[in-house]
Write a protein that binds this ligand. Structure first.
Ligand code: IMP
Ligand code: MG
Length: 185
Protein backbone atom coordinates (compact mmCIF):
# COMPACT_ATOMS: atom_id res chain seq x y z
CA UNK A 1 0.00 0.00 0.00
CA UNK A 2 1.37 3.39 -0.92
CA UNK A 3 1.18 6.52 1.25
CA UNK A 4 2.72 9.51 -0.49
CA UNK A 5 6.16 8.37 -1.61
CA UNK A 6 6.47 5.26 0.56
CA UNK A 7 5.41 1.65 0.17
CA UNK A 8 3.95 0.05 3.33
CA UNK A 9 3.16 -3.58 4.07
CA UNK A 10 0.65 -4.99 6.55
CA UNK A 11 2.29 -5.53 9.94
CA UNK A 12 -0.12 -6.13 12.84
CA UNK A 13 -3.77 -6.92 12.12
CA UNK A 14 -6.77 -5.34 13.80
CA UNK A 15 -7.77 -8.63 15.48
CA UNK A 16 -4.25 -9.05 16.93
CA UNK A 17 -4.41 -5.51 18.30
CA UNK A 18 -7.84 -6.15 19.83
CA UNK A 19 -6.68 -9.37 21.51
CA UNK A 20 -3.65 -7.60 22.96
CA UNK A 21 -5.79 -4.74 24.24
CA UNK A 22 -8.13 -7.17 26.04
CA UNK A 23 -5.18 -8.76 27.82
CA UNK A 24 -3.75 -5.37 28.83
CA UNK A 25 -7.13 -4.14 30.06
CA UNK A 26 -7.47 -7.24 32.22
CA UNK A 27 -4.11 -6.52 33.84
CA UNK A 28 -5.14 -2.94 34.53
CA UNK A 29 -8.47 -4.08 36.01
CA UNK A 30 -6.56 -6.27 38.44
CA UNK A 31 -3.79 -3.81 39.31
CA UNK A 32 -6.19 -0.87 39.84
CA UNK A 33 -8.88 -2.96 41.47
CA UNK A 34 -9.55 -0.61 44.38
CA UNK A 35 -8.51 2.60 42.64
CA UNK A 36 -10.00 5.07 40.20
CA UNK A 37 -7.20 5.85 37.75
CA UNK A 38 -7.16 8.77 35.33
CA UNK A 39 -6.23 7.72 31.79
CA UNK A 40 -4.38 10.33 29.75
CA UNK A 41 -4.28 9.32 26.07
CA UNK A 42 -1.81 11.51 24.19
CA UNK A 43 -3.32 13.01 21.03
CA UNK A 44 -3.25 12.58 18.12
CA UNK A 45 -1.59 9.20 17.88
CA UNK A 46 -3.45 7.52 20.76
CA UNK A 47 -7.01 8.37 19.84
CA UNK A 48 -7.88 4.90 18.51
CA UNK A 49 -5.83 2.92 21.01
CA UNK A 50 -7.22 5.01 23.88
CA UNK A 51 -10.82 4.52 22.76
CA UNK A 52 -10.48 0.75 22.23
CA UNK A 53 -8.57 0.27 25.48
CA UNK A 54 -11.11 2.14 27.55
CA UNK A 55 -13.98 0.06 26.17
CA UNK A 56 -12.26 -3.01 27.64
CA UNK A 57 -11.41 -1.54 31.05
CA UNK A 58 -14.17 -2.21 33.56
CA UNK A 59 -13.02 -0.59 36.81
CA UNK A 60 -14.22 2.95 37.58
CA UNK A 61 -11.91 5.41 35.84
CA UNK A 62 -11.62 8.87 34.34
CA UNK A 63 -10.29 9.90 30.94
CA UNK A 64 -8.74 13.12 29.75
CA UNK A 65 -7.28 13.38 26.26
CA UNK A 66 -4.20 15.60 26.23
CA UNK A 67 -1.83 16.95 23.64
CA UNK A 68 1.79 17.97 23.67
CA UNK A 69 2.56 21.44 22.51
CA UNK A 70 6.08 22.23 21.53
CA UNK A 71 7.30 25.76 21.24
CA UNK A 72 10.62 27.50 21.25
CA UNK A 73 11.07 28.87 24.72
CA UNK A 74 13.27 31.61 26.02
CA UNK A 75 15.61 29.24 27.77
CA UNK A 76 18.77 28.11 26.08
CA UNK A 77 17.68 24.49 25.78
CA UNK A 78 15.40 25.52 22.89
CA UNK A 79 12.37 23.29 22.44
CA UNK A 80 10.02 23.00 25.38
CA UNK A 81 7.21 20.48 25.41
CA UNK A 82 4.28 20.80 27.71
CA UNK A 83 0.96 19.03 28.19
CA UNK A 84 -2.15 20.92 27.14
CA UNK A 85 -5.81 20.10 27.56
CA UNK A 86 -5.75 18.85 31.14
CA UNK A 87 -9.28 19.49 32.29
CA UNK A 88 -9.08 18.41 35.89
CA UNK A 89 -6.65 18.44 38.76
CA UNK A 90 -4.35 15.47 38.77
CA UNK A 91 -3.21 16.11 42.32
CA UNK A 92 -3.13 12.87 44.31
CA UNK A 93 -4.48 10.88 41.34
CA UNK A 94 -3.28 7.56 39.90
CA UNK A 95 -2.34 8.39 36.33
CA UNK A 96 -2.04 6.03 33.38
CA UNK A 97 -0.45 7.66 30.33
CA UNK A 98 -1.71 6.10 27.08
CA UNK A 99 0.84 6.28 24.25
CA UNK A 100 0.77 4.97 20.70
CA UNK A 101 4.47 4.37 20.26
CA UNK A 102 7.70 5.02 22.09
CA UNK A 103 10.73 5.60 19.90
CA UNK A 104 13.50 7.60 21.57
CA UNK A 105 11.46 7.92 24.76
CA UNK A 106 12.04 11.69 24.87
CA UNK A 107 8.37 12.61 24.66
CA UNK A 108 7.41 10.20 27.39
CA UNK A 109 10.18 11.31 29.73
CA UNK A 110 9.02 14.91 29.51
CA UNK A 111 5.40 13.97 30.18
CA UNK A 112 6.26 11.80 33.18
CA UNK A 113 8.40 14.57 34.70
CA UNK A 114 5.64 17.13 34.23
CA UNK A 115 2.98 14.85 35.73
CA UNK A 116 5.10 14.06 38.77
CA UNK A 117 5.58 17.79 39.37
CA UNK A 118 1.79 18.15 39.67
CA UNK A 119 1.71 16.06 42.83
CA UNK A 120 0.19 12.96 41.29
CA UNK A 121 -0.02 9.85 43.47
CA UNK A 122 1.37 7.49 40.82
CA UNK A 123 2.26 7.63 37.13
CA UNK A 124 2.35 4.51 34.92
CA UNK A 125 2.50 4.07 31.16
CA UNK A 126 0.66 1.91 28.67
CA UNK A 127 1.95 1.95 25.11
CA UNK A 128 0.73 0.02 22.10
CA UNK A 129 4.21 -0.15 20.60
CA UNK A 130 7.79 0.27 21.74
CA UNK A 131 10.73 0.46 19.38
CA UNK A 132 14.06 -1.18 20.02
CA UNK A 133 15.59 2.28 20.44
CA UNK A 134 13.53 2.90 23.59
CA UNK A 135 14.02 -0.63 24.88
CA UNK A 136 17.77 -0.24 24.66
CA UNK A 137 17.58 2.98 26.63
CA UNK A 138 15.65 1.19 29.35
CA UNK A 139 12.49 3.28 29.01
CA UNK A 140 10.05 1.69 31.45
CA UNK A 141 6.57 0.86 30.24
CA UNK A 142 4.33 -1.02 32.65
CA UNK A 143 1.82 -2.20 30.04
CA UNK A 144 3.19 -2.89 26.58
CA UNK A 145 1.42 -4.12 23.47
CA UNK A 146 4.15 -4.99 21.01
CA UNK A 147 7.95 -4.72 20.93
CA UNK A 148 9.11 -3.83 17.43
CA UNK A 149 12.43 -3.13 15.72
CA UNK A 150 13.12 0.30 14.25
CA UNK A 151 10.69 0.14 11.33
CA UNK A 152 8.40 3.10 10.72
CA UNK A 153 4.73 2.25 11.27
CA UNK A 154 1.41 3.83 10.31
CA UNK A 155 -2.24 3.05 10.90
CA UNK A 156 -4.43 2.62 13.96
CA UNK A 157 -3.89 6.27 14.92
CA UNK A 158 -0.26 6.57 13.80
CA UNK A 159 0.59 8.76 10.84
CA UNK A 160 3.04 9.38 8.08
CA UNK A 161 3.00 13.13 7.42
CA UNK A 162 -0.54 13.32 8.76
CA UNK A 163 -1.83 10.41 6.67
CA UNK A 164 -2.82 6.88 7.57
CA UNK A 165 -4.26 7.44 11.04
CA UNK A 166 -7.64 6.05 9.92
CA UNK A 167 -6.34 2.60 8.92
CA UNK A 168 -7.67 -0.30 11.02
CA UNK A 169 -4.45 -2.32 10.92
CA UNK A 170 -0.81 -1.37 11.46
CA UNK A 171 1.50 -1.13 8.45
CA UNK A 172 5.26 -0.79 8.28
CA UNK A 173 7.95 0.40 5.95
CA UNK A 174 11.61 -0.39 6.24
CA UNK A 175 12.72 2.89 4.70
CA UNK A 176 15.33 4.66 6.76
CA UNK A 177 15.52 8.33 7.72
CA UNK A 178 11.87 9.20 7.49
CA UNK A 179 11.09 12.79 8.17
CA UNK A 180 7.65 12.91 9.72
CA UNK A 181 6.76 16.52 10.53
CA UNK A 182 3.42 15.62 12.06
CA UNK A 183 4.60 12.71 14.19
CA UNK A 184 5.41 14.46 17.44
CA UNK A 185 1.81 14.30 18.55
P1 IMP B 1 9.82 9.67 20.91
O1 IMP B 1 9.80 10.94 21.71
O2 IMP B 1 11.03 9.55 20.03
O3 IMP B 1 9.64 8.43 21.77
O4 IMP B 1 8.67 9.78 19.86
C1 IMP B 1 7.38 9.50 20.16
C2 IMP B 1 6.40 10.03 19.15
O5 IMP B 1 6.91 10.06 17.81
C3 IMP B 1 5.23 9.08 19.12
O6 IMP B 1 4.28 9.43 20.10
C4 IMP B 1 4.73 9.22 17.71
O7 IMP B 1 3.79 10.26 17.64
C5 IMP B 1 5.97 9.54 16.90
N1 IMP B 1 6.50 8.33 16.25
C6 IMP B 1 7.61 7.64 16.58
N2 IMP B 1 7.80 6.58 15.78
C7 IMP B 1 6.77 6.58 14.91
C8 IMP B 1 6.38 5.70 13.83
O8 IMP B 1 7.02 4.68 13.50
N3 IMP B 1 5.24 6.03 13.16
C9 IMP B 1 4.50 7.14 13.48
N4 IMP B 1 4.81 7.98 14.49
C10 IMP B 1 5.94 7.70 15.20
MG1 MG C 1 2.29 10.10 20.01
Amino acid sequence: MKIKDLEFEKFIREDEIKAKISALAEMIDLDYNSKTPVFLPILNGSFMFGADLLKQVSIPCKVSFVKISSYVGTVSSGQIKTLIGLDESLFNQDIIIVEDIIDTGQTLQKIVTELKSLGTKSVEVISLLRKKTAREKGIAVKYLGFEIETEFVVGYGLDYDGLGRNLKDLYKTDSENIFNPDSSV
